[in-house]
Design a protein around this ligand. Structure first.
Ligand SMILES: [Zn+2]
Length: 204
């Protein structure tokens, strides 16, 4: 996935260069912003365009300054290339680190109850565990959900053995059906186990 450098340039992916019928050095690429859909149409022959930039050596191209400004593209941002079959256009857009919410199947709700994992959006950003917990507590406060995290770091087993266990997450509310709460709890519990697993693998 191409990354915008400090000069506002990207390395044009060779497969997309081929897809667009090849692009010669010095040939113009035209940019047209579709603001409603947050995407930028790129073309070798655009009738209407917002900006254009010549194709540079080494497959480099500068995303014109006004395009970067309007689309809030900055150094380090990644771009995705897509082809719209119906409109027969290639467009680029800022890659978002969002994922489909599997808890609600991207619906944003379960049986009509808001999905607290994605905040009802159907997609969510993968965040650090502490940020995710903050979101969980915020959602709990908003929807009247009781969240308890029983953080038992170590337990003592017989024969003086010590075992690390993960935090136990409990999600309770009288505003949601049990089966919906179970899905939330399951997600956060698995996430907690994964986080603990990652922490442990870092230790070794
Ligand atoms: Zn969801």
């Amino acid at each position: 996935m191409p990354v915008i450098n400090s000069q506002g340039q990207i390395t044009f992916p060779s497969e997309w260069k081929k897809f667009m019928g090849g692009i010669k050095v010095g040939e113009y690429i035209y940019y047209y912003i579709q603001q409603s859909e947050q995407k930028i149409i790129i073309s070798k022959n655009c009738v209407t365009f917002d900006a254009r930039a010549p194709f540079l050596k080494n497959n480099l191209i500068t995303i014109p300054h006004n395009i970067r400004k309007v689309c809030n593209l900055q150094n380090g941002d990644r771009l995705t290339f897509t082809y719209d079959l119906i409109k027969d256009t290639v467009y680029i857009m800022k890659a978002q680190d969002t994922f489909e919410c599997e808890i609600c199947n991207e619906e944003g709700n379960l049986q009509g109850y808001p999905c607290i994992v994605c905040e009802g959006k159907g997609r969510f950003k993968l965040e650090t565990w502490s940020n995710e917990l903050t979101r969980l507590f915020r959602m709990g406060y908003k929807y009247g959900i009781n969240i308890s995290i029983i953080n038992t770091n170590t337990i003592h087993l017989p024969d003086n053995e010590v075992a690390n266990i993960f935090p136990v997450i409990q999600i309770e509310s009288s505003n949601f059906p049990i089966e919906v709460l179970e899905k939330f709890q399951d997600y956060y519990q698995k996430r907690a186990i994964r986080v603990r697993g990652e922490e442990e693998s870092q230790d070794f």
